[in-house]
Design a protein around this ligand. Structure first.
Ligand SMILES: [Zn+2]
Length: 172
């Protein structure tokens, strides 16, 4: 980094702090030759990640959307804000590390389904029921049955189905 005043190459970082936007660092530097100070902004180079929707339209990956989807599925469940943020973080990282420029929205949805499945059955079924658009209640119950312990009393099972169906109705 050349000094903007005397073009000397040797500068020293005197202060470093996060910038106003994400992935940006603001650095205060001092020239070793003339001792004048200047500011630089350093950003991580990120190629835009595009999401291909069902109808082939593209839109930029929106971390907020993933967050909202997961939050909604986790409503009133014993899942901390930290856990939700970690899920979003892990999903975004996986998508970016795949090095694909374009990713189908289906892949994103399945990643969310997979992350929720590891954390909470109800949150998982809520999300999957809306996302996968189970064709009928039979499909849906099949999916639920696989999740429940065999000794689960029928009454509890019915309540769970009701709960999830209500939730899915809310959103349709
Ligand atoms: Zn200088």
């Amino acid at each position: 980094m050349n000094c903007p005043y005397c073009t000397n190459l040797n500068t020293r970082v005197v202060d470093s702090r996060p910038g106003k936007i994400e992935f940006e660092v603001r650095r205060r530097r001092e020239c070793q030759a003339c001792s004048r100070r200047f500011t630089t902004y350093e950003r991580v180079e990120q190629s835009p990640l595009m999401i291909v929707k069902k109808d082939s339209r593209r839109e930029a990956f929106d971390r907020g959307k993933v967050l909202r989807g997961i939050q909604k599925a986790c409503e009133k469940r014993a899942i901390s804000v930290n856990m939700i943020e970690e899920m979003v973080e892990a999903i975004e990282q996986e998508l970016r590390e795949s090095n694909e420029r374009e990713i189908s929205s289906k892949v994103v949805g399945e990643k969310i389904v997979g992350a929720l499945k590891k954390v909470d059955d109800v949150a998982y079924v809520r999300f999957a029921s809306v996302y996968r658009e189970f064709k009928d209640v039979a499909d849906f119950i099949q999916e639920l049955k696989g999740l429940l312990p065999k000794e689960c009393p029928p009454i509890e099972f019915d309540q769970l189905v009701d709960k999830v169906v209500d939730k899915a109705d809310d959103r349709s």
